[in-house]
Design a protein around this ligand. Structure first.
Ligand code: ADE
Length: 225
């Protein structure tokens, strides 16, 4: 998968992709990631990319010029499956949309700032608008990093043990069950006997039951009725 991120703060995106699974995905050739500085597409001598809002009001708006240039330059080179805009008024990200996005070949992610982008960019280019939750961040960069992380780990071959993404919370509509490692007892708390018993069927049944209990307790909304 190729991901192009358009941002005014490329430095914010460097470290999330330089470690752990995101780094490995790139070294193993599963992910090609390019971070583009929107200011490089500005015709302004101060490299400005924003302007006052029509109608007045506090806060600047990201202008159409640099963004359309950045997007069209990329589109001239290849087709994109999605052009995503990170915004608090987008659809809330969930595991389902991550699964779908993990099938894409080429994606552009545009990070918003200030009061956001001129509506005409959204009307003309954007195919998906994503929010990572009902709160407002200073910009779309950290949200974009979260989308990339959640999507890239689902690309086959990125995780060492491919089944581990399948047993993540949400993949089967449930939260994941509790997990334990050594020692068998810590501060008086014991690892459940069934996990030490060596019977895979019983372990599986226990995990399913615990996943259901945890989901009912913490996220009943996932269970519907
Ligand atoms: N930009 C600012 N807040 C955001 C959010 N909650 N999700 C996505 N992008 C954002």
């Amino acid at each position: 998968m190729r991901i192009d991120i358009i941002t005014v703060l490329p430095e914010l995106l460097r470290s999330p992709f330089a470690a752990s699974i995101m780094k490995r995905a790139q070294t193993k050739g599963h992910l090609e990631l390019y971070v583009h500085n929107l200011r490089d597409f500005s015709d302004d001598k101060h490299r400005n990319v924003d302007d006052y809002q029509y109608g007045g009001g506090a806060g600047m708006v990201m202008s159409v010029g640099p963004i359309s240039k950045a997007i069209e330059n990329l589109q001239a080179e290849r087709d994109y499956d999605e052009i995503i805009y990170m915004t608090p008024d987008g659809a809330i990200l969930d595991q389902n949309s991550c699964n779908q996005l993990s099938l894409a070949k080429n994606i552009i992610i545009l990070c918003g700032h200030y009061k956001g982008v001129d509506q005409r960019i959204r009307d003309l280019y954007i195919t998906k608008e994503i929010s990572i939750g009902s709160y407002v961040l200073s910009g779309g960069e950290l949200a974009a990093a979260i989308v990339v992380d959640a999507v890239v780990r689902l690309i086959p071959g990125v995780l060492n043990d491919e089944t581990s993404a399948l047993t993540d919370s949400f993949q089967d509509g449930l939260l994941a069950p509790p997990v334990y490692t050594r020692p068998p007892e810590f501060n008086g708390l014991k690892v459940p006997d069934v996990l030490l018993g060596g019977n895979p069927k019983e372990v599986e049944a226990w995990r399913e039951e615990q996943a259901l209990l945890r989901t009912r307790e913490r996220r009943p909304d996932l269970l519907g009725d």
